[in-house]
Design a protein around this ligand. Structure first.
Ligand code: MN
Length: 131
């Protein structure tokens, strides 16, 4: 019996960034969903209950921080690990991001190997309920 692919949801409004993340995750065997706005991403998360969420902090409708708080305030979705993907580089920003409930933080431009290590560590930790 084949194991179904893990599902990654990318919430990112810049198409080139989204395509890069998508390509890396697909190469690693993930099924990828994507949304270019925060609320669309939130709805997709509720519908598909992904294994991991890659969340841009600067979105056109609501901030990534808001999306993270919405997800972490939800009874079941709060178990999904969130990786914040952001151009912010200052320590204070990192603190704000982690305080919003994000489980990890990667800065753009991303490094492929460290990005995937972060993803695999969070998905592999199985702290979320398995499907
Ligand atoms: Mn953005």
């Amino acid at each position: 019996m084949e194991t179904p692919n893990k599902i990654a949801l990318i919430i990112e409004d810049i198409e080139s960034n989204m395509k890069l993340l998508k390509a890396i995750l697909e190469l690693k065997g993930y099924s990828v969903l994507n949304a270019s706005e925060g609320v669309v991403g939130w709805n997709s998360a509720r519908k598909h209950c992904p294994d991991i969420i890659l969340l841009d902090m600067q979105l056109p409708d609501v901030s990534g921080l808001t999306v993270a708080r919405m997800l972490k305030g939800h009874e079941t979705l709060k178990a999904i690990p969130i990786v914040a993907v952001t151009a912010f580089a200052q320590d204070t920003d990192q603190e704000r991001v982690l305080n919003s409930g994000c489980d990890a933080y990667v800065s753009k431009p991303i490094t492929v190997s460290s990005f995937m290590q972060t993803v695999e560590t969070l998905v592999g930790s199985e702290k979320h309920l398995s499907n």
